[in-house]
Design a protein around this ligand. Structure first.
Ligand code: PEP
Length: 252
């Protein structure tokens, strides 16, 4: 059975102290009134990970890094390896976010190295894919996203693929306030599930959690989550507001 997942991506926001307060506030709300069948995750800056892990009930609030290095260790100044992330107690890592692809040149080749290291270190990758506006305007989004998957996660053996969470995040909807319609999100996630079915079979397709991300918020989450192939959300801006985030967690 696939899981319902609501994952926050804090991006480059919050000082250490602010982040710990935010994590505690999210944790209290989730423990007090969060739907128990929803896997809640907070994606924090690297600097916050270990303390956030200590500050939350990790049975209710999972902790994710937003990236990891493409190399296991060594002379890579400023990088944070998958093993380091794992050693903080974090269980997840967001990989392939469009901001990483766009601003930091993350190619499929780099992502494949990161995926391998994340999996080897026992982290669950939250793998992001999605098209930019010109691709959507040309109505070639299915081919574009299909190729992203072919070049990366579809190269994984089934046992590794089964560990993934996948988030479809159309770039034109991220941080823009312009949400994809529930129909557009459903259409793409149904297509992705179909591709998974063709590649790994029906059982894997049915078991894989597929999330939507892109200006999802407390107002539109229920409509998005009502769609049959949308198993949850990757939430940016609204994950910084605990009162909104808990509404999203409870939006099924
Ligand atoms: C994201 O960063 O993954 C995201 C979906 O951001 P936002 O919700 O702010 O659009």
């Amino acid at each position: 059975m696939r899981k319902k997942v609501v994952a926050g991506n804090w991006k480059c926001n919050t000082t250490f102290q602010e982040g710990i307060e935010l994590a505690k506030a999210v944790n209290s709300l989730v423990v007090e009134k969060g739907a128990e069948d929803v896997t809640v995750i907070v994606g924090t800056p690297f600097t916050h990970l270990a303390k956030v892990v200590e500050s939350v009930d990790t049975a209710r609030v999972g902790v994710a890094a937003q990236n990891c290095a493409a190399e296991p260790k060594g002379a890579f100044t400023g990088e944070v390896s998958a093993a380091m992330v794992k050693s903080t107690g974090a269980q997840y890592v967001i990989l392939g976010h469009s901001e990483r692809r766009e601003y930091y040149g993350e190619t499929s080749e780099i992502l494949n190295k990161k995926l391998k290291l994340a999996l080897e270190n026992g982290l669950t990758p939250i793998y992001c894919c999605g098209e930019a506006l010109p691709v959507r305007e040309a109505n070639t989004q299915n081919a574009f996203v299909g190729q992203q998957l072919e070049e990366t996660i579809f190269r994984l053996p089934e046992a590794d693929f089964r560990k993934l969470i996948i988030a479809y995040e159309p770039i034109w909807a991220i941080g823009t306030g312009k949400t994809a319609t529930a129909e557009q999100a459903q259409e793409m996630l149904a297509y992705i599930r179909e591709l998974i079915r063709a590649k790994y079979g029906d059982a894997v397709a049915q078991d894989t959690s597929l999330l939507y991300g892109g200006s999802a918020n407390a107002k539109n989450a229920a409509e998005l989550f009502a769609k049959p192939d949308i198993d949850g959300g990757l939430i940016g801006g609204a994950s910084l507001k605990p009162d909104d985030f808990i509404v999203i967690v409870n939006a099924y």
